[in-house]
Write a protein that binds this ligand. Structure first.
Ligand SMILES: C[S@@+](CC[C@H](N)C(=O)[O-])C[C@H]1O[C@@H](n2cnc3c(N)ncnc32)[C@H](O)[C@@H]1O
Length: 194
């Protein structure tokens, strides 16, 4: 009898142990999931998406064709590279530091049937490799633009076009500025190396 009672108590103890382990596992999994949903550090620029007419104008200004590899550094929901793929036949790479944005961009690429032509990468644009771009799209802020400028000039191949929505590159004179819907779009071309 005493043996039976102590076996039952031991079983209950095991069950409680399992319950605690299960609960800890769930909590850990919940934290891991939450961690996967937040950026590794604060984004340098908050998310805002370029309106469709502006996306088109950016692609026009860069004269994007099916020969191009279009990067969007800070790609948000991926609309620029997806439009480049869908409407111009280009290939595209979008980079964003925010996992939620990369999830949105991946879902949009799926919806638009463009997953074979575009790639989305979770990461910091200041650490990203983009030397194979023929077009780089930016919709950032003045300070990140200036911080990127030297890398664009040294790592991109001569002839690569850089387009920025709303913000210039300080004293790097643009080849063209287009005004659309009260906004400015800037175009630069990477010059030949001296
Ligand atoms: C203004 S939104 C532009 C979105 C998209 N390019 C468009 O035009 O629709 C800027 C994006 O840059 C991302 N971002 C900010 N800092 C970043 C960084 N250091 N590395 C990668 N992405 C970053 C933000 O998460 C946000 O999605």
């Amino acid at each position: 009898m005493r043996n039976q009672r102590s076996r039952r108590a031991a079983d209950l103890g095991d069950l409680r142990g399992c319950g605690v382990a299960l609960a800890s596992g769930l909590i850990l999994a919940t934290f891991a999931h939450a961690a996967a949903q937040v950026p590794s550090r604060s984004p340098d620029v908050a998310f805002a998406s370029a309106p469709p007419a502006i996306v088109d104008a950016m692609l026009d200004l860069a004269r994007v064709t099916s020969d191009d590899v279009v990067y969007d550094l800070g790609c948000g929901d991926g609309r620029i590279v997806i439009a480049a793929a869908k409407n111009r036949g280009a290939r595209g790479v979008g980079i964003d530091i925010d996992p939620a944005r990369i999830a949105d961009a991946t879902a949009l690429a799926l919806r638009e049937g463009m997953t074979a032509r575009v790639t989305f990468v979770l990461g910091d644009l200041f650490e990203a490799q983009f030397a194979d771009a023929t077009v780089v799209m930016l919709y950032l802020q003045p300070e990140p633009n200036l911080r990127l400028r030297q890398r664009l000039l040294t790592e991109l191949r001569p002839g690569t076009r850089v387009v920025s929505l709303s913000y210039d590159m300080g004293d790097w004179t643009p080849d063209a500025v287009r005004r659309i819907g009260g906004r400015r779009i800037y175009l630069w071309t990477i010059p030949a190396r001296p």
